[in-house]
Design a protein around this ligand. Structure first.
Ligand code: BTN
Length: 261
């Protein structure tokens, strides 16, 4: 669908806490659409026909899930914004936990998991130097496993975890507020506060790091994240390795045997 035809089908525009929200029945990808919109604009669609996930994967975006993209300004030194994908994951995690799901957790860099199943994902696109598009996909009452049977057992929805999931408006308002808060933290230079929070989500988890383009895998315990967004890993000898986020292709978690799905 072209941008023009999507806009022609636009259902609603409303303002929420400083955000201008555009709501559509159907788009290809809210991230792609948001690329053409100014900062502090958000795009939500009931259905995405070509939802995009990280690393080129498709993202199943059937009806009754929350598919939203938010455009954030990223002025000045680009290093300041290198933590944005992690910050967006933290924002989403804090919203999910506050729904009464304290067991929700992060998988590198910004997947939200409950047990071993994926509840939500985040895709950050930098279409220009001055803005970033942060896309959230949250499984609410949709059925991704019915669209793609290979997802059976891999995904979880709020409807599986809560007696009554909140409305899309409530989820959206909370997500945008959390994203505004994290953006403010990065803009004001408080990367350390974010690193501390992220460290609390990951600290001491046992993982295997697979580096981009290589066969190397390093086993160790997560020590957290530094202010540049690099991953800190302590190996069995006690040495701490620093991996810039773009070098980490996969962070495979080594689960304790008592972690249930
Ligand atoms: C991932 O975990 O792979 C990231 C998934 C991100 C999905 C969201 S849904 C809204 C926005 N539009 C997209 O096309 N993708 C993101």
């Amino acid at each position: 669908m072209s941008i023009d035809s999507a806009i022609a089908q636009e259902a609603d525009i409303r303002v929420i806490d400083g955000w201008t929200l555009h709501e559509f029945a159907e788009v290809t990808s809210t991230n792609s659409l948001a690329a053409h919109l100014p900062p502090w604009t958000a795009v939500r669609a009931t259905v995405q026909t070509a939802g995009r996930g990280r690393t080129g994967h498709r993202w199943i975006s059937d009806e009754n899930g929350l598919w939203v993209s938010a455009v954030l300004p990223t002025p000045g030194d680009s290093a300041r914004w290198s933590l944005l994908p992690l910050a967006a994951g933290w924002a989403a995690l804090s919203v999910v936990r506050a729904l009464g799901l304290p067991e929700a957790r992060l998988r590198w860099p910004n997947d939200i998991l409950v047990g071993r199943r994926k509840l939500a994902g985040v895709l950050v696109d930098r279409f220009s130097v001055n803005a970033a598009v942060v896309g959230f996909g949250l499984n609410v009452a949709n059925r991704p496993d019915r669209v793609d049977s290979t997802l059976g057992g891999e995904v979880v929805r709020l409807a599986d975890l809560l007696p009554e999931p909140p409305s899309f408006t409530i989820l959206l308002v909370r997500l945008l507020a959390a994203l505004t808060r994290e953006h403010h933290r990065l803009e004001s230079g408080d990367a350390c506060g974010l690193c501390r929070d992220l460290g609390s989500a990951w600290l001491h988890r046992r993982v295997e790091v697979i580096l981009a383009g290589g066969v190397d895998a390093i086993d160790g315990h997560l020590e957290g994240v530094d202010p540049n967004g690099s991953l800190l890993l302590r190996d069995a000898a006690g040495d701490v390795h620093v991996f810039p986020a773009h070098r980490v292709e996969l962070l495979r978690e080594i689960f304790p045997t008592n972690l249930t799905t």
